[in-house]
Design a protein around this ligand. Sequence first.
Ligand code: MG
Length: 458
Amino acid sequence: MGVLFGTDGVRGIVNSELTPEKALKIGQSVGAYLQPGSRVLVGRDVRAGGDMIFHAVTSGLQSQGIKVYYAGYIPTPGLQYILKTHSEYDAGIMVTASHNPPQYNGIKVLSSQGVEISRDTEREIEEIYFKGRLRRASWNGIVDDVKMHDGAIEEYVEGILHHIDMELISSKKFKVVVDPANSVGALVTPLLLGRLGVKVYTINGHLDPLFPGREPEPTVYSLRELSRIMVKVGADLGVGHDGDADRAILVDERGNIWWGDRSGSLIAGYIADKYSSLPRKVYTGVSSSVLVEEYLGSKGIEVRWTPVGSVIISHKILEEGGAIAGFEENGGYIHPMHQVVRDGAMKTALFLEMMAETGLKASELFSLLPHYYPIKTKIPMGRDKAVMVVEKLREKYSSFKTVSIDGLKVFGDDYWFLVRPSGTEPVLRIMLEAKSPEKAEELLDTIKKDIQSILNEV
Ligand code: MG
C-alpha cells in the first residue's frame, strides 16, 4: 500500500503534486474514516491554491455525509485551539504547507483535541484512500452549506492571554518587531502583543500568497532584515514566524537570531521554576543542541530526545503523563498547559513574560546558556540518495559515540553534528555545533567533503 502522509501531513507543489483531484480524494477518505454526520472544522494559511484545496477537501467531506465548518485564514495553532475548546467538532483539517517554499501547499488532519492525528490513524485513512473504501452519503444525506466559525482569532488570542501575566508585561512597555512572512501570523501576533501593552512594529505584514517579503521558513538568512530593522528601532525583541505561525524564532535586542533549542531551553527553565508541580521533564528532537541537556540538567530537569517532528513530541507528552515543555530547534514550542501542540504566538508571550519577570534583556537571557556556535544547512538530493549517504557516514563514523533515532547524530569532544534526510523536502539536512565559529566552519567542510566523496563513489 502507498504512503500518503509525510512527517507532518500531506505536502506537495500545488496543482501538480497536490491537485484538487487529490485533495478531493483526501477529503473523501477522511470523511469515510469519521462517523456519518461528524463535524469537521477547516482552516487555511495564505498559500496559493488554498481556496481551491479547501473547496476540494470540503466537497470530499460532504460526499461522505460530513458537516463542514470554516474558520478562514488562521494559524495552525489557532485552529488547533478552537478544536480543543469546542466539543462540537469531531476533527479538523488545516490547509497549509507550513515552512515549505511558496509553491507548496498541504493538508494536515487534526483530532477533535486539535492534535495532529497519530501514525496509526494516518494508516487507516491511507487504507481507505488507496483501496477506495468510501461511504457515500445518500442524496438526502448531504449537508451542503458550509457554516462559518466566526471570531476564531479572537478566541485564540484570549486563550493565550489566559496563561500570561498581562499587567506585568504591560508595565514594561516593550517594543517588539514581528515578521510573520506575509502569512497568517500577521492576524494574531501583532494583535496579541497590542493587548499586552507592547509597542508593535510589523514587517512583511500584509497577506500575500507569493511570499514577497521572504521565504516562509524562519532562518538566519530569511530573518536578516528583521534583525537589522529591530536594531534600528531599538526594539527589545524580534519575532519571526513560519508560514502557519506554529513556530517562532526570536531575535535579541542586539539583532542576534537564536534557534529554538536556545529559546526553548530558557522558557522551559522559567516555566519549571514558576510551576513546581509539573513533571520535571522536557521533550526535544535530536536536532536540538547538547546545550539543552547541559542547561536544563543543571535545574534537575530530564531531557527526553525524540526523532525530529513536533507530532512525535505532542504524542509523547500526551502518552507519558505531561511535561514542562516540548520544543524544537526550528522554533516550535509546546506549552502543554495551553495546548499540546506547538504555538508561535504562545511562545512569544511566554518569552516576554520571562523578560518582564527576570528584568533581563533578551541578550542577557541567552547569555545564561552554554556557548556553542551552530551551522544549519541542507544539500538538495532525493530521499533514497540521502538515506544512502547517511548509511555510508554511519560506517565512516562507527568509532564515535552516535545516536541513530533519526538520521545520524555524532558526538565529538567539543562538537556534535546531525545528518538526516528531510521528511518534507528532497534534501539532506546538516546541523552542527562547535565551540568557535572557525571550528564550526572547519567541521562543515569536513562533512561536506565526506559527503562529496560518497557521492563520487556511486
Ligand atoms: Mg509550521
